[in-house]
Design a protein around this ligand. Structure first.
Ligand code: ADP
Length: 182
């Protein structure tokens, strides 16, 4: 599924983000930037050790990455040019700032992509695995944040892809995307 807002395409595909050829792929990292399970583990495994080396340098210089922030590194052996590491919120009960932090993780990643002057970026479904954010709520925030960015701020970005790992995630994002005003 795909829509276009202000000359930026927002696409949904079902698949593995490590196989994408967009200029950047986004990693749903944790604050330590030291890798982990889920999509984080898959990106480091497929990309090789150079990504982790750069993550280590970043943490050494500026400390752990708080939830809602994003940093870019090289993409090692991946097809992308950059990996943008962002940290989504851990779901507690929805009343601990989780929606704002999740929106910020997407927004900060997009701002960084614009600063890098790239044309295309792929996102996973941030926070909906180990961090337990309810899928339908996360999909709505993800899609609405990206759509608003496309409408108001996108310049170099022409393609924003959500790479959903399974059918259930794809359906949730499809539902959210079909409610967006074009
Ligand atoms: P978080 O800690 O932010 O919840 P996870 O990696 O545990 O991150 O899960 C985030 C989402 O990424 C989940 O929906 C999971 O199914 C998905 N995912 C896991 N591996 C991949 C992959 N290789 N490509 C795309 N999505 C993936």
């Amino acid at each position: 599924m795909q829509i276009e807002i202000n000359q930026t395409a927002i696409l949904l595909i079902q698949g593995d983000i490590t196989r994408q050829s967009t200029n950047a792929i986004v990693n749903a990292a944790n604050s330590s930037l030291m890798g982990g399970g889920g999509v984080d583990g898959a990106i480091h495994q497929a990309g090789g050790p150079d990504i982790l080396k750069e993550c280590e340098l970043i943490v050494k210089h500026r400390g752990k990455l708080p939830a809602g922030k994003a940093v870019a590194t090289n993409a090692g052996n991946l097809n992308a040019k950059y990996v943008i590491h962002t940290v989504g919120p851990v779901w507690i009960n929805g009343g601990e700032g989780e929606p704002d932090l999740l929106a910020s993780a997407y927004r900060e990643s997009l701002i960084l992509a614009e600063r890098l002057e790239i044309k295309s970026i792929s996102f996973p479904s941030i926070s909906t695995g180990a961090y337990r954010y309810p899928l339908d709520q996360a999909a709505k925030i993800a899609i609405n944040t990206v759509a608003e960015f496309a409408r108001e701020e996108a310049q170099s970005l022409k393609e924003i892809v959500f790479v959903l790992f399974n059918e259930k995630a794809y359906e949730a994002y499809k539902n959210a995307l079909s409610n967006v005003r074009v």
